[in-house]
Design a protein around this ligand. Sequence first.
Ligand code: PEP
Length: 247
Amino acid sequence: MKKKLIAGNWKMNGSLAANQALVRAVVDGLHGAACQAAVCVPAPYLAQVQALRQGSALELGAQDVSRHEQGAYTGEVSAPMLKEFGVRYAIVGHSERRQYHGETDETVAEKAKAALAHGITPIVCVGETLAEREGGYTEEVVKRQLAAVVHANGPCISEVVVAYEPVWAIGTGRTATPEQAQQVHAVLRAQLRAATTHADRVAILYGGSMNAANAASLLAQPDIDGGLIGGASLKSADFLQIIAAAG
Ligand code: PEP
């Protein structure tokens, strides 16, 4: 059985002092964990967290990656740069980037491709808005978002991590029920099966107000292979409880 993956998304939070306390506590509490764990941190803190996690099983992630290799792209960070800091995962297509930075399905697919080309595993986020869910478009939306990534990456799609993050559940305290999440995860798994014979290898994470209290029931679903955790990843005790629930 593949290990579950619990990845924290710090978003635009942290400070040198706060990161030190948080990562030290997570690393200390991680001993013996049965799942994989990662933290996706703001780019300026990559070097700090890389040093703090040295010698532990905690993996390092970025929250975005440029689709370009290098050049005149002010403000962007490339996959080769991330790689130099020991980055293992990069979130791509988070709904906050789709919403506030105009990222399209095609941009997200190219970012996933750039990450893979440099040995970084993209965590490809898909998810519907509340209006889309209420309009009955959930499956159509997530399938369209994933299809772009499949199209751009061909057989390499078996190397990505997918995160189903209903937009209405992110940071709202409103979580998809385990049944609602499983239903969408099964749709995504079927789509991956049509694209690769290695679909069962792909971890499909759930994200959206996952916390210490609801993690176990979500993680018990057959197609939920882990979690992408926002708010609760900023508190070591909560993050460690979610990691324990994934064991
Ligand atoms: C996220 O930002 O990816 C996320 C899931 O946030 P939260 O857990 O705070 O809903």
